[in-house]
Design a binder for this molecule. Sequence first.
Ligand code: COA
Ligand code: AMP
Length: 633
Amino acid sequence: MGYNDVYEAWKSDPEGFWMEAAQAIDWHEAPSKALFDKGGDMYEWFADGMVNTCWNAVDRHVEAGRGDEIAIMHESPITHSSKGITYSELRDRVASLAGALKMRGVEKGDRVIIYMPMIPEALEAMLACARIGAVHSVVFGGFAAHELAVRIDDCTPKAIIASSCGLEPGRVVHYKPLLDEAIEQASHKPEFCVVFQREQEVAKLIEGRDFSWHGFQYGVKPAECVPVEGNHPAYILYTSGTTGQPKGVVRSTAGHLVALQWSMKNIYNIEAGDRFWAASDVGWVVGHSYICYGPLIAGAQTIVFEGKPIGTPHAGVFWRIIQNHRVKSFFTAPTALRAIRRADPDGEWIKRYKLHDLQALFLAGERADPSTIEWAQKHLGVPVIDHWWQTETGWGIAANPIGIEELPVKLGSPSVPMPGYDVRILDEGGHEMPAGELGAIAIKLPLPPGTLQTLWNAEERFRKSYLTQFPGYYETGDAGMKDEDGYLYIMSRTDDVINVAGHRLSTGAMEEVLASHPDVAECAVIGVADELKGQMPVGFICLSSGVERDHAEVCKECVRMVRDQIGPVAAFKLCAVVERLPKTRSGKILRATMVKIADGESFKMPATIDDPAILDEIREALQGLGYGKKVPA
Ligand code: COA
Ligand code: AMP
């Protein structure tokens, strides 16, 4: 069957399609049906099945006689180490940690925050939670204590599992002081913390609250897998929305298993025994779906990479790992390729390695610019496949499913919708746009298995954020179009979310931090186009009347505040003081116009602008920061 047949098979019988896909999962009790309509546009998948994620990702492969195969390969060019963990070892390690969590009172449904860098223990912690039905929430290491505190208060974890440190090139990330500070800031206090002590930094433990990873597990009885209902939350993953309060995406267990298993074979062409590598971070959705769960559910080998595409130690590190571990499908963000291309424009590093096993390169996380794709096609000689998805969906909305059929690649397009996704381009009134015309991208409900069930503790926000604008549809927050062949083109966000080096960030959250500076009366943060990172945040601040401080100094303080409160990952380094912000007569800040000026695009003067002269000041400020140079006179 080709792609069209598979997509049509889903369309004509979604229930049958997903029930068949569900057969690839080991159930404790098989579900009686796939879709459960809860009313009010709320849906669940395989809700009455009983199943365990860890069993499917680990134990079943050992039972099938594949215990001696490598499950996780850790590659850390930063610590110069390389280590493999077999499926049997993984099962024992996870069962031991799960047993210890259970002994300390962590039960099914309890939340556990995981704050760890790219080490196998991060995956073990996730799987240990899944083994006993605890709900994990992994927090990315590039976030500061305040962001961690916000998540602690939102999901009220019984325990936190952390590492003593993370390693960025040339810098140790001190996780433990950040953890202590976050617990101090949060109103909710976890009952205990488990700290994995890395040899690069041994953290000071707080007696009675903190346990060391090994001591915690000493002498405990390993835990068995606990079957949970299909609609039981597997995890909560926070992602940026329009405000400083992140959205807690809830992924339920059974849909997650079925969808990931389906995607591994059909999108990535990966089966048991194959080697798959997603060079992302466990703190992001890509890390959840395709570093941890997807490859392991499929029984493949996954690679946990602690390093960067360049500088650890060189721009050939990706290709070395692909060669040494005979990676079949590789997944990274376009920004990583741009960084490599800048360091190695002629692909000299690529030529040094044998990439015989590599069958395709997958890109996602941000728009893949055609010239980067062409560069990769030319130097790697394999299909370069852009695919589009979000934290909310957990797996590809649109892709080129090479496991079914390799469709022609169209540069600038992540190809076609996957089964389960009925993607429409709508105008403001919810009417479908003709092919080739730009509109809001929406997906007809129900969303497929594996997508978000709701937002943690925020069902109303879930409805308001995703379901209200276009009744009967999920609003993706992306704008784009479809061509005559049904290929999708994702052009921009329709909200204040920006994408910096493949990291999804909220300009609203940055504005909240800037607004809390005592000398700032008003502010706006926009995302401007950046050659390497895709977008970069730029802040504009207006000082309170009577403040006569040095502008550079106030900006420096603002940059520091964003780094301290959101984290280094915000990459907020560009800030300027302006007299006023451009606004409509009703007081709305004209952010989109500011972005156009920054990116050197032509724009129509907004009819409702209060004072057009302000735009000149914005342009000057942008030019001072190195942007907005190509503005037409
Ligand atoms: N823990 C702590 N700090 C982190 C971090 C982590 N896990 N990840 C990033 N940071 C820090 C970086 O050290 C940097 O700090 P600095 O301001 O002190 O230099 C800051 O956050 C910004 O990081 P980033 O935007 O990633 O820039 P970079 O210069 O370190 O690297 C790239 C640039 C392009 C090489 C890198 O962004 C990259 O590999 N991106 C791919 C992203 C990706 O895979 N995203 C997942 C979506 S699929
Ligand atoms: P995240 O939730 O961090 O995965 O970010 C999701 C957002 O990243 C999407 O809503 C898009 O705006 C953007 N994005 C992800 N993949 C792509 C892609 N292939 N092309 C264009 N934009 C993408």
